[in-house]
Design a binder for this molecule. Structure first.
Ligand SMILES: [Zn+2]
Ligand SMILES: [Zn+2]
Length: 426
């Protein structure tokens, strides 16, 4: 038997209903917050990610699905969504249109990671990006949407962590002091951190190693080095969050190690998820578009794993409750009477044309077998058509939920069903 590749997932019903339900929620919220959808290709030139995500990150070093196509081009299945959006923004000239441009994406990403419970090599991400706005109010807007998503899923007690990582200007001074501080006590750090010291020193703050954490307890913090512009941005962000009554915690260890990440970084955490409790993370990337060869253009956004949101939703106060039932099952056994077949198919078609979800048994089995089938499909109503019904010109309607059964004149059965499904007949 052929099997699916390691790290992939088949999403079957009824699970797929929950996916659809969550995706609908994300699309609805995107609309409410006025973000428009962008769909970028599943694969891009490898260089897009090595340049933006960064050569020294785990993603680029170990986790990309990179291949050569038949034309010898070096391509990569997208491991994240921001770089492709920025690439399209620039390539399609959106930077010359009305700004800011507010975009969202929802689709599969690919990373060659060790598969674990709930973590796949193909996974789905939702993300938003605001391009062309340097304003701290855009940061606030992105954070508000993240918080709203958690609220809509009934995730009570989330904590918002924010930090500022300044800009290349103010970071240069900080970096010198930071590296000096760490270099003075290299013996206390793990090999990973020592490697980061050259490439990406701020990432040392990310290390989960206890010894490294202790050794960084008194490192110089960027927030003490901010230039005027970065300080004003940081103050405006916090003032706005406070005025909206949004509680937050400043976490100086929340960092991103690359030059095009600037100013605001944030994470929304939800403790019931356990050790990996971050559900949504994002930040500002004012240097990214320039890195891709464009004129300087600020950006701000977040990304969230849909698998992770589903996992959280299961534990939240508002579990996703998709409707997995159908409105009507048309039951017309094979009696050998052509009129039964015609009437059955006719009603099925009428119901579907009226927008009522309906089904039937193509095998035309016995009444009892079809009743069972209707039950498995969670039909709200069953419309029964047999020879007796044809002779007397009515159709028997049974409510599966309430147990009643009625004989309805064939000519008015469609109206009757529409009324019943909309809640009028009980
Ligand atoms: Zn600055
Ligand atoms: Zn370390």
């Amino acid at each position: 038997m052929l099997r699916a590749p390691r790290g992939t997932n088949d999403i079957l019903p009824p699970e797929s209903h929950k996916w659809a339900c969550l995706e609908l929620l994300l699309r609805r919220l995107s609309k409410i917050y006025s973000f428009e959808e962008i769909r970028t290709p599943i694969f891009e030139y490898t260089e897009l990610f090595s340049r933006t995500v960064g050569e020294s990150t785990d993603i680029v070093r170990k986790e990309m699905y990179t291949f050569r196509d038949k034309g010898g081009r070096e391509l990569t299945l997208r491991p994240e969504g921001t770089a492709p959006v920025a690439r399209a923004f620039l390539e399609r000239g959106l930077d010359r249109g009305a700004l800011p441009k507010k975009l969202f994406y929802l689709g599969p990403m690919f990373r060659y990671e060790k598969p674990q419970a709930g973590r796949y090599r193909e996974f789905v991400q939702y993300g938003v990006e605001i391009l062309g706005s340097p304003s701290a109010y855009s940061d606030v807007e992105v954070i508000l949407l993240a918080v709203r998503i958690a609220e809509e899923l009934g995730l009570m007690g989330t904590t918002l962590y924010i930090n500022t990582i300044g800009c290349p200007k103010c970071r240069r001074v900080h970096r010198e002091d930071f590296v000096k501080h760490i270099s003075g006590r290299v013996g206390e750090f793990c090999p990973d951190c020592l490697e980061r010291l050259d490439r990406n020193p701020l990432r040392i703050l990310d290390c989960k190693n206890d010894a490294c954490r202790r050794a960084t307890a008194d490192v110089p913090l960027i927030r003490d080095y901010l230039c005027d512009d970065c300080r004003e941005h940081w103050v405006t962000l916090q003032d706005s969050l406070r005025s909206l009554g949004l509680e937050y915690t400043v976490d100086p260890t929340l960092v991103r190690g690359f030059d095009y990440y600037t100013k605001t970084v944030f994470e929304l955490k939800w403790p019931p998820l356990g050790a990996q409790d971050a559900i949504i993370g994002g930040g500002r990337y004012d240097g990214l578009i320039e890195e891709l060869g464009g004129k300087p253009c600020p950006g701000m956004g977040f990304a969230v794993g849909v698998e992770r949101l589903l996992l959280a939703a299961e534990k939240g106060d508002k579990p996703l409750a998709p409707d997995v039932s159908i409105d009507c099952f048309v039951l017309f056994p094979d009696t050998g009477d052509k009129r039964v077949t015609e009437a059955g198919f006719g009603l099925l078609n009428d119901l579907r044309c009226s927008g009522l979800s309906s089904d039937f048994d193509p095998l035309r089995r016995s009444m009892k077998a079809q009743m069972k089938h209707a039950d498995r499909l969670k039909a709200k109503y069953v419309a029964i058509i047999g020879e007796e019904e044809i002779e007397q010109g009515f159709i028997t309607i049974r409510s599966m939920e309430h147990g009643w059964q009625k004989q309805v004149p064939a000519g008015s059965v469609l109206d009757f069903m529409k009324e019943a499904v909309s809640g009028g007949t009980d």
